[in-house]
Design a protein around this ligand. Sequence first.
Ligand code: CTP
Ligand code: MG
Length: 238
Amino acid sequence: MHDGRPGGSGEAGATWALIAAAGSGERLGIDRPKAFAALGGRPLLAESLDRLDRCELVDAVVVAAPPGWEEPAILLAEELAATKVVACVTGGATRADSVAAAFAEVPEEALVVVVHDAARPLLDDAVLERLLVPLGEGYDGAVPVLPVADTLKRVDRGVVVETVAREGLAVSQTPQAFVASTLRRALSEDMSDATDCAMLVERAGGRIAAVEGDPRLLKVTTQADLRLAELLLAASTA
Ligand code: CTP
Ligand code: MG
């Protein structure tokens, strides 16, 4: 075992990135899984795969692919010359199951595990840098968050029941970074209702730091999101 806390300081093999790409993309409504939707001429998954592979803070990458799409995911990694990709595994029925399947590839020696949604293509190094800071300060994990801009209502069958105070609320994004041993423990608990990994670690009593998120890390859910991501991508490469 290692002592002290990891700080993402580039120790060989220390930081593993897992890409959750195994969802079906029901709300996007196309003829293939969302990770393979076209974004700026290449599959959505290519963005996060390429960006994590090129990031100096990341040593190894594992992709959780939709059942039957493992081979296309491997081919994509080859096309991108993504040399840090060590495995493309078959994802599970839920996001948490897919993350657990990818995590099974992470060796005991890993210090930090970063979990990212393929559905958030516009990832840059700055957010990863921000996430790794608290891990060096004793936190169990870190998530990027954005303030809530809109007024929030609790609605029941079409009727507003209450206005929820916005104070203290934030929208959580991915990538999320964790001390590897903490995430390993959290993934061994019941995780059927978990919508993100931080929730698992929080539930196990872990301390999660909130760092500044990035509005460009929007999650592609619908066709409108896909078009917006395409515009942002074009603007960032122009
Ligand atoms: N995900 C996954 N395995 C699952 C479900 C989701 O790896 N069984 C991944 C998705 O590929 C996505 C991320 O988790 O990158 C966030 O999920 P979401 O945006 O809900 O994607 P989908 O589940 O694919 O979309 P939908 O809910 O519309 O079917
Ligand atoms: Mg989903």
